[in-house]
Write a protein that binds this ligand. Structure first.
Ligand code: GLN
Length: 207
C-alpha cells in the first residue's frame, strides 16, 4: 500500500510520525492547508502529539478545523496521539478552544500530575499480538470515560490509553518515539485499508 497518509504538520512531532509510517513503506504527506487536506488521494491522517492548545489554535487560523471535522464525520481515518487524542475528543477538559468532537470520550489534559509528568510502561496490547507494547507517556491526557461503540485496545491500570471508534484511533502515548511500528501498521491496515475497502463507489459525474 503506497497511498499517502497525511500528517498534520502545524506543531508537534509530525516528523517522527512521518518517519514511522515511511518505515512501513507507506508514503506520507505533511498537511498544513485545507487544500492539502482535500487532496483526493489522501487515505488517512495522523494528528501528532505536541501542545493541544497550540494545535487547536492553528487549526482555526489555518482554516483546517472545519474541513477536518467534516472529513472525520464522513468516516475518514484519523489517528490522534496524545495532543491529537485530545483534539479528537467530544469532551476535552482543560482545552481552551473547541476540540474536533469526533470521538465519544472524555479526556482530561495533563491529568497524571506534575510528579509523574512523563513515564514509560509495557502494556498488554492483544490487538497487536502477544508481545506487550512499550508506551511512552509525556504530559499525557487521561481518558476518563468512553462512549458507546468505542473499543478499548490498551489500558493502563484499568484506564483506556488506546481506543478505536470505527476509522478513528486515539492513543494517549507516543508510538512515534519508539521503534515498535505495530500501532502505525494497525492504523494503516485496520483503519485506512478497511475504510478504503468499504468506501462507497464514487458517483460518476455527468458532463
Ligand atoms: N500536554 C499536552 C497537551 O495537553 C499533550 C502532550 C503531548 O502531546 N505529549 O496538549
Amino acid at each position: 500500500m503506497t497511498a499517502p497518509i497525511g500528517i498534520l504538520a502545524l506543531q508537534g512531532d509530525f516528523r517522527e510520525h512521518a518517519a514511522s509510517v515511511q518505515a512501513l513503506g507507506v508514503e506520507t504527506r505533511p498537511i498544513r492547508t485545507p487544500r492539502e487536506l482535500e487532496a483526493p488521494d489522501l487515505e488517512g491522517l495522523i494528528i501528532p502529539g505536541g501542545e493541544s492548545t497550540t494545535i487547536a489554535r492553528l487549526l482555526l487560523s489555518s482554516g483546517l478545523f472545519e474541513p477536518l471535522r467534516a472529513l472525520g464525520e464522513r468516516r475518514f481515518p484519523i489517528w490522534g496521539t496524545c495532543a491529537g487524542a485530545i483534539l479528537l475528543a467530544d469532551d476535552a477538559r482543560g482545552l481552551d478552544r473547541p476540540a474536533l468532537g469526533l470521538l465519544p470520550m472524555t479526556v482530561e489534559r495533563n491529568a497524571f500530575g506534575r510528579q509523574i509528568d512523563s513515564f514509560e510502561a509495557d502494556l498488554p496490547a492483544p490487538a497487536l499480538g502477544p508481545t506487550p507494547y512499550h508506551a511512552v507517556f509525556i504530559r499525557a491526557p487521561r481518558i476518563r470515560a468512553v462512549g458507546e461503540g468505542v473499543d478499548v485496545l490498551m489500558e493502563l491500570h484499568g484506564e483506556p490509553v488506546a481506543v478505536r471508534y470505527g476509522a478513528l484511533l486515539a492513543t494517549t502515548f507516543h508510538p512515534e518515539l519508539t521503534a515498535d511500528r505495530r500501532l502505525h501498521a494497525y492504523f494503516v491496515q485496520e483503519c485506512v485499508a478497511r475504510a478504503r475497502a468499504t468506501a462507497p463507489v464514487p458517483e460518476v459525474r455527468a458532463g
